[in-house]
Design a binder for this molecule. Structure first.
Ligand SMILES: [Cu+2]
Length: 547
C-alpha cells in the first residue's frame, strides 16, 4: 500500500516537474528577443535631418531571402595589406572602380554599400513594434555585424571582377614590426592616389580618399592610439611602439577575458542600443578611424566611404579570431540565443536583399575565408619587455596601504567632470578563476550626444587623460562612448562597461590586495548642458563573472 502510494506521489512529482520545465521553456521562448532581419525599406531619416540621411535606396529587387553558405567557393585568403603585390593592387583597384561606377540605386554600388553602414546606426532602422532603432555599435553586435558587412562587400567585389578567389586585404596595424614595408603605416594599396590598373577610367586610384589626415599620409608614420589629434610632430618610434603594444595587450589579454568585456553589453529586441562598448571597439578600433581620417572615417555616416575602412575592419575581424585562441577559460563565442538568432539584411553579389543570422557568421570555414598569419607579438609581451614601465615610483606595501587608507570608497552616484576621479573598491583576491574572471564594472548615465572617454588607471591617483600615458603599467583599460545623432535630447540611457583586471594586477604585483584604487581620467569635452557633467556614474564595483 505504502509502496503504491509513493509511486503515485513520484508520478505526480514527475508530472509537476515536467510541467514546470515546460512552462519555463515556454516562457523562455516567449521571452526570446533576437532582432529579426530588418527590411531595408523601413530605413528612415534621423529626425528628418537630411544631412544624415542614409536611406537612399528605393529597393526594387526580389523579396528578402535567406542566406545560404556557398561550399563551392574557393578558400579565400585575406592578405596582410603591406605585403600585397602590384598585381593584387591593380585587381582590387579595378573591383572598387567597377563598384563606384554602379548607380546609387544598385545595392552593390559603392554609395549604397557605405550608406548601409550608416543605415545600421544613427537612428535609421526602425521596427514597427520596437520603440528604439537598431544600432550595431557599442554592444555585442559590433564584431559580427561588421564581419558580415565585409563578407558581402567582398563577394560583390569578387563578382564584379569575376574572380571568386578575391579577398579583401587587412591592415595589420597592431603589428609593431620595424622592417619595411611597415605593417602599421597606411599601406601603399590605400595610400597612393595613382592607379595601377592600366585601363582605369581616370588615373585617380579608387582606393584613395582625399580627406585623410595629412599627418597620417606621411610615409613611415605609424598608427597611434593616444593623443592622436595633436600637432604633427616627428614620431618617437620606440615610445609609440611600446604604448601601442601595451594598449593591445591590456585591452585584449587583461581587460577582455570574457565575451561581455570583449564584445560589449548584451542587446535584445526592444532594448535601447549602444549602451556598452567592448574593449576592442573602444580601443584600438576607435582611434584608428580618427588617426586615419578625422573627416570621413570618424563619422558613422561616412566612415565606410574611405576604402581603407574595409582593411581596418578586416583587421578587427582577424583580431576577433585571434582573441579566441588566447589563453583563458571564457574566451568563447557568445551562446545566448538572442545573440545567435539575431539577423541582419545585406545586399548580396546580385544586389538582392539577403537575411543572415549571427550564428551563421561564427565559422570562417563555412564562410570560406581565412587570414594570412602574421605574428601578434604583443599577446605574449609582459614585464620582461623593458619598455613597459610603472609611472609611479615602485611602491612598498606600506605605500599601497597608505594610498588605500587615504582614498574614499565609491559611495553611490557621482557626477564625473573632466578632471580625474579616484575611489577605492573592495576585491576578493582569494576567489579563483573557477568563479569567473575578476572585472571592474561601471554603470553610468551618459548624455548620448557627446563623446565620453575615460582612461582607467589602478593605483595611480594623479593620472590625467592628457598627461598620463597608456603605456603606464597602471593603465588597466578604458571606457568609451561615441556621439549618436538623431536621438531625442532627453534620453540619458544607462551604460554598462566591464574590463577584466586580474592579469594586470598580477603583473603589477598587487593581486593580493583586498582593495583596488581606481582613477577615471576623462577626456575634456564640453558638457551638453551648462552646469551638467553629462556623465553620471551610478555604480562601480568589482564583480566575478564567466560572461
Ligand atoms: Cu569601425
Amino acid at each position: 500500500m505504502s509502496s503504491s502510494r509513493s509511486s503515485v506521489d513520484m508520478a505526480s512529482i514527475v508530472v509537476l516537474i515536467l510541467a514546470v520545465v515546460s512552462i519555463t521553456l515556454t516562457l523562455q521562448v516567449a521571452d526570446a528577443k533576437p532582432f529579426p532581419a530588418p527590411d531595408l525599406k523601413l530605413c528612415q531619416m534621423a529626425f528628418n535631418d537630411t544631412s544624415e540621411n542614409c536611406c537612399t535606396l528605393p529597393y526594387t529587387g526580389a523579396p528578402l531571402r535567406k542566406f545560404a553558405f556557398k561550399p563551392e567557393l574557393p578558400m579565400r585568403v585575406r592578405q596582410a595589406a603591406h605585403l600585397v603585390d602590384d598585381a593584387f593592387i591593380a585587381k582590387y583597384q579595378r573591383a572598387v572602380e567597377l563598384m563606384k561606377a554602379l548607380p546609387e540605386t544598385d545595392g552593390r554600388s559603392f554609395v549604397a554599400q557605405y550608406r548601409l553602414h550608416c543605415a545600421y546606426c544613427n537612428n535609421h532602422l526602425h521596427f514597427p513594434e520596437n520603440e528604439y532603432p537598431l544600432e550595431i555599435h557599442q554592444t555585442w553586435l559590433f564584431f559580427v555585424w561588421h564581419r558580415l558587412y565585409l563578407y558581402f562587400n567582398e563577394r560583390i567585389l569578387a563578382k564584379l571582377i569575376e574572380d571568386d578567389t578575391f579577398a579583401l586585404p587587412y591592415w595589420n596595424w597592431d603589428n609593431q614590426d620595424g622592417t619595411n614595408p611597415l605593417p602599421n603605416e597606411i599601406p601603399k594599396v590605400w595610400a597612393s592616389n595613382i592607379t595601377i590598373f592600366p585601363n582605369a577610367i581616370n588615373k585617380t586610384s579608387s582606393l584613395f580618399h582625399e580627406t585623410r589626415n595629412p599627418c597620417a599620409g606621411i610615409p613611415g608614420r605609424i598608427v597611434e592610439f593616444q593623443n592622436i589629434l595633436g600637432p604633427c610632430l616627428p614620431q618617437n618610434y620606440t615610445e609609440v611602439r611600446a604604448q601601442s603594444s601595451h594598449l593591445m595587450w591590456t585591452q585584449t589579454v587583461s581587460a577582455g577575458p570574457t565575451p561581455s568585456t570583449w564584445h560589449g553589453a548584451s542587446y535584445r529586441f526592444g532594448d535601447f542600443g549602444g549602451v556598452g562598448m567592448g574593449t576592442m571597439e573602444a580601443r584600438p578600433h576607435g582611434p584608428v578611424h580618427v588617426w586615419t581620417n578625422i573627416r570621413q572615417m570618424s563619422t558613422n555616416k561616412d566612415s565606410a566611404s574611405d576604402p581603407i575602412f574595409f582593411g581596418h575592419h578586416a583587421n578587427v575581424d582577424r583580431l576577433w579570431e585571434h582573441w579566441l585562441t588566447l589563453p583563458g577559460k571564457y574566451r568563447k563565442h557568445i551562446t545566448d540565443p538572442d545573440y545567435l538568432n539575431t539577423a541582419f539584411t545585406f545586399y548580396d553579389e546580385d544586389g538582392e536583399q539577403v537575411s543572415v543570422t549571427v550564428k551563421e557568421a561564427l565559422d570562417l570555414n563555412l564562410l570560406r575565408y581565412k587570414y594570412q598569419e602574421m605574428p601578434a607579438k604583443w599577446a605574449t609581451q609582459g614585464l620582461n619587455d623593458p619598455t613597459w614601465t610603472f609611472c609611479s615610483p615602485t611602491p612598498t606595501p606600506a605605500d599601497d596601504a597608505a594610498l588605500i587608507a587615504a582614498t574614499p570608497r565609491f559611495n553611490g552616484s557621482l557626477a564625473i567632470l573632466s578632471g580625474p576621479t579616484t575611489f577605492k573598491l573592495k576585491r576578493r583576491p582569494s576567489l579563483s578563476a573557477r568563479h569567473g574572471e575578476e572585472m571592474l564594472e561601471l554603470k553610468a548615465k551618459l548624455d548620448f550626444h557627446t563623446q565620453h572617454m575615460q582612461n582607467i588607471f589602478a593605483f595611480l591617483p594623479n593620472s590625467t587623460y592628457q598627461n598620463t600615458s597608456i603605456g603606464c603599467m597602471e593603465f588597466i583599460g578604458c571606457m568609451f562612448s561615441i556621439p549618436h545623432v538623431g536621438m531625442s535630447p532627453d534620453l540619458k540611457p544607462e551604460f554598462t562597461f566591464r574590463i577584466g583586471i586580474r592579469r594586470k594586477l598580477e603583473l603589477m604585483g598587487r593581486a593580493h590586495l583586498k582593495d583596488i584604487v581606481i582613477t577615471l581620467a576623462g577626456e575634456k569635452s564640453a558638457p551638453p548642458i551648462p552646469g551638467e557633467s553629462g556623465f553620471e556614474l551610478t555604480s562601480a564595483k568589482i564583480i566575478y563573472s564567466k560572461k
